[in-house]
Ligand binder design. Structure first.
Ligand code: SAM
Length: 252
């Protein structure tokens, strides 16, 4: 089973209610109109609220289990008729639709873990955009304090009760490889089941981080014009200490 399929089981415990970035995407969608394409849509954390706003949305994800959850949630929310889900890789998926807006949230794009993969992802997404269509990439700002968090230590993240009565504890360890610009994350989930048994699940994630100049260069090389780089979901200017690095680029 792919690590993202394992992650799907636990993802919403921690991130299901995270909506700090929604207003930003709704703002861009109001400017461009729909339909909206989300790259690495996961369990539909953003896709479903965007569909609730009335937009037609298409989500692409490599994980069968993530998409299964997104589909279930779209049905439960009564928006499934506006939601299309494509199982595929950002680098190779195809769609006959042309979108005025594509987005990749919470560093999902960095899962393409080399510059070559990221550029091929950008080139492929370009094919799905209308001329002048907007691509938003929300990436983490790789400032030294963030990279130093990748010191290999294991920390406790939180504890949740699941629907079947199991109690899950999440731990995480991060390792930064500055020579390759790869931030490796290992999530560990210890699941104490109601029958007293304990299961451990491992979810390794590799994120290829990039700096702002690299991001501009990659986007330009792949056929985009960078319109702006923001540092937060409130669209503040990007600087050394910005919590995020949000590229807004237009397909040429
Ligand atoms: C951190 S989750 C984010 C999910 C969702 N975008 C959100 O904001 O909650 C990253 C998602 O990207 C997907 N992903 C990773 N690599 C991918 C690839 N090469 N092509 C498509 N999806 C990918 C994973 O399966 C996962 O669902």
């Amino acid at each position: 089973m792919r690590s993202m399929d394992v992650y799907a089981r636990f993802y919403d415990l921690r991130y299901g209610d995270f909506l700090d970035d929604l207003a930003m995407y709704v703002g861009f969608a109001a400017r461009t109109g729909g339909p909206i394409l989300e790259l690495g849509c996961g369990t539909g954390r953003l896709l479903i609220p965007l569909a609730r706003e009335g937009y037609e949305v298409t989500g692409v994800d490599i994980s069968t289990e993530m998409l299964k959850r997104a589909r279930e949630k779209a049905i439960a929310a009564g928006v499934h008729e506006r939601v299309e889900l494509i199982e595929g890789d950002i680098r190779t998926f195809s769609t006959p639709k042309k979108f005025p807006l594509a987005l990749s949230a919470v560093s999902s794009f960095m899962a393409l873990d080399s510059l070559e993969k990221q550029i091929s992802g950008l080139v492929n997404v370009h094919k799905a955009l209308r001329p002048g269509g907007i691509l938003i990439l929300d990436l983490f700002n790789p400032n030294p304090s963030v990279l130093l968090e990748g010191d290999g230590r294991v920390s406790f993240v939180g504890e949740w009760e699941m629907d079947d009565g199991s109690v899950v504890q999440e731990f995480v360890t991060r390792t930064t490889h500055t020579s390759t610009q790869v931030h490796e994350i290992l999530y560990l989930y210890d699941v104490a089941k109601p029958d007293g048994t304990l299961e451990r699940y491992r979810v390794p994630v590799r994120l290829k981080y990039i700096g702002e100049p690299e991001g501009r260069l990659m986007l330009e090389k792949a056929g985009y014009e960078v319109e702006n780089v923001y540092g937060s979901y409130e669209l503040e200017p990007f600087d050394d200490y910005s919590p995020s690095m949000i590229f807004v680029a237009r397909a040429k």
